[in-house]
Design a protein around this ligand. Structure first.
Ligand SMILES: Nc1ncnc2c1ncn2[C@@H]1O[C@H](COP(=O)(O)OP(=O)(O)O)[C@@H](O)[C@H]1O
Ligand SMILES: [Mg+2]
Length: 218
């Protein structure tokens, strides 16, 4: 059962000597780690070091140039197409549909995922959590960047993901927004896998482990 409370599956996510090049330029290489729940990993590095790129690779949105990522679900190795349903992703590169309302965006997403019956109750809970319930019928195109960032959390959490990947988690958020992110983070790292891509020391400090990306200076 995915809806309602947290009932996490056993998952592992393992990076084997992952490297990424763009147009023959090496962004990073030799990235290896293994995470199983509960655990937390910060991806750190300078601007342009490849934090967002590695988050997208882990979320299965783009491929690596060399090496591989393997995922297991209840001790069985599974492909990313299956594992995707266990991942929640918050990223500046995630786009919402401006021409739909907040609630419609969530409904659309749950229909796209279509793995389990999503209940309207959970959407209400999540929109309330991020303080957008009152604004659920407004077009996302009229939202401020902070409101859009809040909505991304409702998106990411809709299916109770075992693995939550946050790229620049507090981007555009106000104090109250940062507080709910901290609550989400606390719960996720106790019950699931949390991955945070950031160059903020405090955010990196939320995680038990840290991995640095980027190429050494030449
Ligand atoms: N689609 C792309 N095509 C070419 N270069 C890219 C692409 N995406 C990212 N890069 C480059 O990869 C490097 C890492 O980018 P990014 O992962 O966004 O860094 P970070 O998130 O650490 O600031 C940068 O030099 C960036 O310009
Ligand atoms: Mg980035």
């Amino acid at each position: 059962m995915e809806s309602g409370g947290h009932s996490m599956n056993r998952v592992t996510i393992t990076a084997h000597d992952v490297a990424k090049d763009f147009n023959r330029r090496q962004i990073f290489r030799d990235i290896s780690f293994s995470l199983s729940l509960p655990s937390s990993l910060a991806i750190t590095g300078k601007n342009g070091a490849g934090k967002s790129t590695l988050s997208k690779i882990l979320a299965g949105l783009i491929g690596s140039t060399r090496g591989s990522i393997t995922y297991t679900l209840n001790d069985k190795q599974v492909g990313i197409e299956k594992f995707k349903h266990s991942i929640g992703f918050v990223s500046p590169y995630l786009n919402l549909y401006d021409e739909f309302t907040a609630l419609e965006n969530l409904q659309l997403l749950s229909r796209i995922r279509a793995t389990t019956q999503q209940n309207e109750g959970r959407m209400k809970d999540l929109l309330s959590l991020v303080n957008l319930w009152q604004r659920r019928d407004d077009l996302v195109g009229t939202f401020s960047s902070g409101m859009k960032q809040r909505l991304k959390y409702a998106f990411a959490l809709l299916h109770n993901p075992n693995v939550l990947i946050l790229d620049e988690p507090t981007s555009s958020l106000d104090e109250e927004g940062i507080e709910f992110v901290q609550r989400i983070v606390r719960q996720q790292k106790e019950e699931g896998v949390l991955i945070v891509a950031t160059n903020d020391k405090e955010e990196a400090g939320w995680c038990a482990k840290e991995i640095h990306v980027g190429m050494p200076e030449r």
